[in-house]
Ligand binder design. Structure first.
Ligand SMILES: [Zn+2]
Length: 408
């Protein structure tokens, strides 16, 4: 690793460090179409123009910085996102963007001439922290999320995405599928901090992604009857919370039995008074796992447990296993033969592009605790620089040799 790369990493990291950081929690609150989002986009635009790259926006506002003309030959794209979950960490997203700029600098500094363009992307609203749909930026341009539905999504204050776009000086009429932009992407490689803990045990700084686990969200609505918490005999109660609480424990048991993960991380209790028996309780189940049938069995058991309490269960989303391109993975493995292969339980824009038919690969950088979506999310600087090295090697391979036949 050159000291120039390390200096560039430190500079970019320092510039991003304060944007959207909450002074009390130390976590990042970088939500789509906010002041913080604007500042991050300005930063990205500055990095692109400083390098003389062509900066373009697509119909969803994702930012693309191109070295070369992707309308002549579809390009290789790398990058990630700059938004965050509530009180997220510094690495989830920005590590992929920062690494992309440094890798491009290294290619240019070595006098390397790519056979096709190289693009760096900043996908908007990857986490879906504000409007509730993850990967909205890549979903809309690939047509996986209809413009009408996206524009009607509302944030916690009841503001629609259309209204938020207008407030940010953007035209909601422009939002929509963008086949022209998608056509420019010949292949996509996303570098991302590891989420979950594997690499520290495998003693390796980077891994390659094989697939994104099947995952979904289900809404569980439990009925009850409001009454006084002090005067109502236990036998006379219809307490919606008991059904929800029992079902949360059933989810844990089912996930354990089937080798999956299941989480109820959001609940709404009505009326929500300390001295009132809940008249309704709603919980959202998130279930994922390496094996699709096992996730389905887990959810079936949770649904049966919920039905015992009179609950209705609504599937809000379901995404089957997303496999990354095998030919592309084979080429990346030739460059990084020692890197372990990992499936991931986290969703990514890479998964949306893969589903849209774009050959896609992922590189994960070791996260020593595995903790992510938290202010304490961390990666060692040396590992980040190893990630830059790995990405540079992969780009060199994928841009250095024009593939014969249909190789990506
Ligand atoms: Zn991410």
């Amino acid at each position: 690793m050159t000291s120039g790369s390390a200096r560039s990493f430190d500079r970019q990291w320092a510039e991003l460090a304060e944007i959207g950081r909450h002074p009390q929690t130390g976590g990042y609150r970088r939500y789509a179409l906010t002041r913080e989002d604007h500042d991050l986009r300005e930063w990205f635009a500055g990095e692109a123009t400083d390098r003389g790259l062509d900066l373009t926006l697509d119909r969803m506002g994702n930012q693309w910085a191109w070295w070369g003309d992707p309308d002549t030959t579809p390009g290789l794209v790398t990058g990630s996102h700059l938004d965050s979950v509530p009180d997220g960490g510094a690495y989830d997203g920005p590590l992929g963007v920062v690494s992309a700029f440094i890798a491009l600098d290294r290619l240019r500094a070595s006098g390397f001439l790519p056979w096709r363009p190289l693009g760096i992307v900043n996908f908007t609203d990857e986490e879906g922290a504000r409007f509730g749909v993850a990967c909205a930026g890549s979903r809309v341009i690939t047509g996986a999320l209809a413009a009408d539905r996206a524009l009607g999504l509302r944030d916690g204050d009841g503001l629609s995405m259309a209204e938020a776009l207008r407030a940010a000086g953007r035209d909601p009429e422009l939002i929509g599928a963008d086949p022209e932009t998608v056509r420019r992407v010949g292949a996509f490689v996303e570098l991302h901090v590891e989420q979950g803990r594997c690499l520290v045990d495998l003693d390796h700084p980077v891994a390659l992604g094989t697939d994104i686990w099947p995952h979904g969200r289900w809404r569980l609505d439990f009925p009850g009857e409001a009454n006084h918490a002090g005067t109502t005999r236990l036998a006379d109660r219809q307490d919606a919370m008991i059904g929800l609480a029992t079902t949360v424990l059933a989810a844990r048991s089912a996930a354990t039995a089937h080798g999956c993960v299941a989480t109820v991380g959001k609940t709404v209790i009505t009326p929500g008074g300390v001295n009132a028996i809940p008249s309704a309780a709603t919980g959202w189940l998130d279930a994922r796992g390496a094996d699709e049938a096992a996730v389905r069995r887990t959810v079936d058991e949770v649904s049966a447990a919920a039905a015992d309490w009179g609950a209705t269960v609504t599937e809000e989303s379901w995404t089957a296993t997303t496999r990354f391109d095998l030919d592309l993975l084979a080429r990346v493995r030739e460059v990084l033969p020692a890197a372990p292969l990992l499936g991931t339980g986290a969703g990514h824009d890479a998964g949306i592009l893969a589903t849209a038919g774009i050959p896609t690969a992922m590189i994960f950088v070791r996260n020593p605790t595995g903790i992510s979506h938290s202010p304490v999310e961390h990666a060692e600087r040396d590992d980040c620089l190893a990630g830059v090295g790995a990405l540079t090697a992969v780009l060199t391979e994928l841009l250095g040799t024009e593939p014969a036949g249909a190789r990506p």
